[in-house]
Design a binder for this molecule. Structure first.
Ligand code: SF4
Ligand code: SF4
Length: 90
């Protein structure tokens, strides 16, 4: 299933605050987050890995980036209650 189709299956309230944080000091540019993110929200910017600006609206909260980041450079705080995704028919 493509990401655009998957996103139609969710109700989303875009969180007001950030919930994914990247510690650039710890990041070793391994690209694991880029490979595992089902929404393609990680990218290379000026030679460094970064999360896309609109990630809050597109993140599926799967935690794969956080799990795949062996240097522990990603902090994943869940969005506040009442925001984020809820899967339809789930
Ligand atoms: S939590 Fe999942 S969807 Fe969100 S940025 Fe990480 S890998 Fe991508
Ligand atoms: S998985 Fe972690 S260490 Fe690897 S590029 Fe992504 S943020 Fe950096």
């Amino acid at each position: 299933m493509r990401t655009t189709e998957l996103i139609k299956l969710v109700n989303k309230v875009v969180p007001e605050r950030d919930f994914i944080f990247l510690d650039a000091e710890k990041c070793d540019n391994c690209h694991a987050c880029i490979f595992v993110c089902p929404s393609c929200l990680w990218e290379m910017k000026a030679g460094k890995v970064a999360i896309k600006k609109d990630y809050k609206a597109l993140c599926l909260e799967c935690g794969a980036c956080y799990q795949a980041c062996l240097p522990d450079a990603i902090r994943f705080d869940f969005p506040p209650a009442g925001s984020g995704i809820a899967v339809k028919y789930g």
